[in-house]
Unconditional design. Sequence first.
Length: 324
Amino acid sequence: MKRRLLPLLLAPCLAHAAAPAREVSIVFVGDVMVAERPGELIAAGTDPLAAFQPLLARHDLRIGNLECVVATGGNALAKPYTFRADPRVLPVLKRHFDAMSLANNHSGDFGKAAFAEQLERMRQAGLPYFGGGRDLTEAHAPLILERNGLRIALLGYVEFKPRAFEADATRPGVAWSGEDEQVLQDVIDARRVHHADIVIPFMHWGWEEEAQPSPRLREFARRLIDAGADMVVGGHPHVTQGADVYKGKPILHSLGNFLFNGFETEATTTGWVLSATLGPDGVREWRTYVARLDADGVPHPAPAASSPCGRAGDTRIRECKVAP
């Protein structure tokens, strides 16, 4: 009798030992603007992200910042630059991304009705979003994506004007990060209330074309990690801004541009693509790849260029040069 039971008693232990480690690969890109020239290319049947398709496709999750509104309605607001893309861009975005942040200073360029239209069109296209919503509660709620047994919470915030794009109790809009304590509480709740294993805020912050983040943003990034974030990813300045490691967790202050026309300098036509491996213990390793934007704003890999990388337990920022 004992000999018969022994294999059964050992089976759960053997199954546990043989179970694959819970691990997820994730990739973040910077600003993705699909109006103007990129939108014209898509309308003509060109995929402006094709050069990066092999790298993006190697990851379980692919995340970008959608730096425009996708809608047919609304009227342009009185601001220097307004971006509205035709809904025909959505299949291309869905081909390359699993979710998009809407927390930026262009989501509201054509008013609340156009932003609400975008939310509905993205839902119909099956392209998840975060950092924006039909009201304040939805805008601040994390997007939970589950892969390989890991629950990953994505939060998005903007703190670059105009604040009029912010969602409120009854109107759609984006999540505003000017209220630091609310953002920190969202990070805490992502783990405590939504039972996330990994929490990543995607921030839209800083001043345009500044090479380094301000002392306040450096300090706030660290407060986000103290609140429970596993990694902090930033964007908006249209240039890359370096990386830090705090308590063994990476902070990428700005990934710069990814798909965006209208820029000419080397700094503004150079972006980073952030690749990371996640486990129950957090970010196990990460590295960035360099993207060079051409005159149409289309990104191309630059494998000869170095950019930051690191791994768990290493407090240094290393420079990596590996072909994508």
